[in-house]
Ligand binder design. Sequence first.
Ligand code: SF4
Length: 306
Amino acid sequence: MDYEGQICRAPMERSAFMLPVMVGCSYNRCKFCNLFRHLTYRELPMERIEGELERVRRAGGSPKRVFLGDGNAFGLKTERLLQILERIHAYFPECMCINMDATVTSIRKKSDRELKLLYDSGVRHLYLGIESGLDDVLSFMEKDHDLLQAYEAVERLQKAGLIYDAHIMTGVAGKGRGQENAKALAEFLNRTGPAHVVNFSMFLHKEVPLYRHIADGTYIPADELENLKEERTLLKLIKTELLYDGFHDYIEVRVRGRLPVDQEKMAGKLDRVISEYEGRGPVYSYVQGECPDLERCGDLEKVWNI
Ligand code: SF4
């Protein structure tokens, strides 16, 4: 299948067979996100999905784990998801779990009965874009949830047997608020108990609406040193057991391990990088001209006015 968009999934899903069931993200409004901004959201026809299942089976594939793409596959209507799950099991009876990204709203839109039905049909891990522990940051970034809604959604999905994993983003709260965000995020994670936490630390893209705020001074980005310190505090405060994987791709730093047992080792690594950056001028994770549709992204207004 020709893949449209940018492949982005949690590292623990790297061995899963990625099956696109949609193009883009049905929400597509988070101010910092450039993953699918250039794409028009649409569901893929069942013939195309089935064609991909057939292709992989013919090639001898027998995946035990399938990851549904793209941005928010759990946002599909339950009936549609059940059809897809049924097809996956028909092609690959040995498949043990089907995982995907989800938004808090996509969970809120499903009843408890639907969540249970999806669990019974093989859905296991849902990766939620939690991003921040601060309500004003979530609202500013136009995330589609507030903290109370996130608490309720996590409780409901866990009750249905589904496994909750959290995407977070150091740096999201902006300059001077890293420590505040670390404490708020730690509280959220300690209370909700995700199995995995993935930190894709903030990237500053030119072709997203957040850039307008940077340009007019209504959002002041944190530098990488502040982001590393934010992560250091977060790791110290996480008391619940989970697997953590944190990426600062711009400065090529990655911190991973099992918390809380590996806390000291992980914090030690961060301390070494922090002392390295403490002696330098500020480094910002600015990325420009990275949008896959440069013709469109060359004209910022068009993108900002979506
Ligand atoms: S829900 Fe996820 S993929 Fe969609 S716009 Fe927000 S961050 Fe991007």
